[in-house]
Design a protein around this ligand. Structure first.
Ligand code: AMP
Length: 126
């Protein structure tokens, strides 16, 4: 369910369509809880998106409404993807945009996983 005051889940968003197999993705991981695929406009040598299988608009929605199994399954999937991509030793960054001021473009909760080079400061100057 959407968080009060935020729009309902749009099942035509691009990640919903990827989950349904209607459009392709460069998949790196999939299980019952999560799908991970390469970002179409990578901003680092490794830029992977990890998304939950369930219909959650954002982190706010997911954290408030997903079951404990979905939350645990998703978080473990993010960790597995990072490990399988060889990013634990050099390090990596996770980022989740939530809402208008963050610049969230796709209204299906997703975590960006960046790595493959020194990533600099957390938030570049606007
Ligand atoms: P955000 O601004 O946090 O909503 O990030 C959305 C991300 O989705 C951006 O980094 C886009 O490059 C990425 N993206 C949009 N469409 C696709 C797609 N079809 N396949 C892979 N990544 C996509």
């Amino acid at each position: 369910m959407p968080v009060s005051g935020l729009p309902p889940y749009d099942d035509q968003n691009i990640f919903a369509r990827i989950l349904r197999g209607e459009i392709p993705c460069k998949k790196v991981f999939e299980n019952a809880f999560a799908l991970a695929f390469h970002d179409i406009h990578p901003q680092a040598p490794v830029h992977v998106l990890v998304i939950p299988k369930g219909p959650y608009c954002s982190f706010a929605d997911f954290s408030a409404s997903a079951s404990e199994a979905e939350i645990a399954g998703f978080i473990r999937a993010v960790g597995s993807v990072a490990k399988d991509l060889g990013l634990e030793a050099p390090g990596y960054r996770l980022l989740a945009n939530m809402g208008e001021q963050s610049g969230q473009e796709v209204p299906h909760f997703h975590v960006h996983l960046f790595g493959g080079r020194p990533l600099g400061r957390m938030i570049p100057a606007a």
